[in-house]
Write a new protein. Structure first.
Length: 130
């Protein structure tokens, strides 16, 4: 081999090593992104599974989700035979629309308590049987 062939061989080898280094770095970044996406997906799946186990029946689930769209409960307590939702500081309009939703639903209501906090707000305690 001549000196020129040796220089070309070394240059090609360095370019090949550099190309492999870039490919490895790109694959590592792609792998890390996929791990992050998988962990986000896992968290979402666990929260959806928790929500599914919390709310059993489809009709009940729709009613509870519509209540949560109006206002999210301040406390959500799960008992063996019932589920308790506590809503605090509800305005009169919010309270009336929530009561309308509850009244028109097929929920098995064990207990419904309304406590007036002030002239414009109230607290609601809803206990639903399973």
């Amino acid at each position: 081999m001549s000196k020129r062939d040796s220089i070309i061989f070394i240059a090609v080898a360095l370019m090949l090593i550099f190309g492999l280094y870039l490919a490895k770095k790109s694959a590592k970044n792609s792998y890390q992104n996929e791990i992050e996406n998988l962990s986000k997906f896992e968290v979402e799946a666990k929260s959806l599974a928790r929500l599914k186990s919390t709310i059993g029946d489809d009709k009940d689930k729709r009613v509870i989700l519509s209540l949560n769209r109006i206002k999210a409960p301040s406390k959500d307590i799960k008992k063996s035979d019932s589920h308790i939702y506590l809503y605090e500081n509800l305005s009169l309009n919010t309270l009336s629309s929530m009561l309308r939703k509850i009244q028109n639903s097929t929920l098995i209501i064990k207990k419904l308590e309304i406590k007036r906090e002030s002239d414009n707000s109230a607290n609601l305690r809803l206990e639903i049987g399973k």
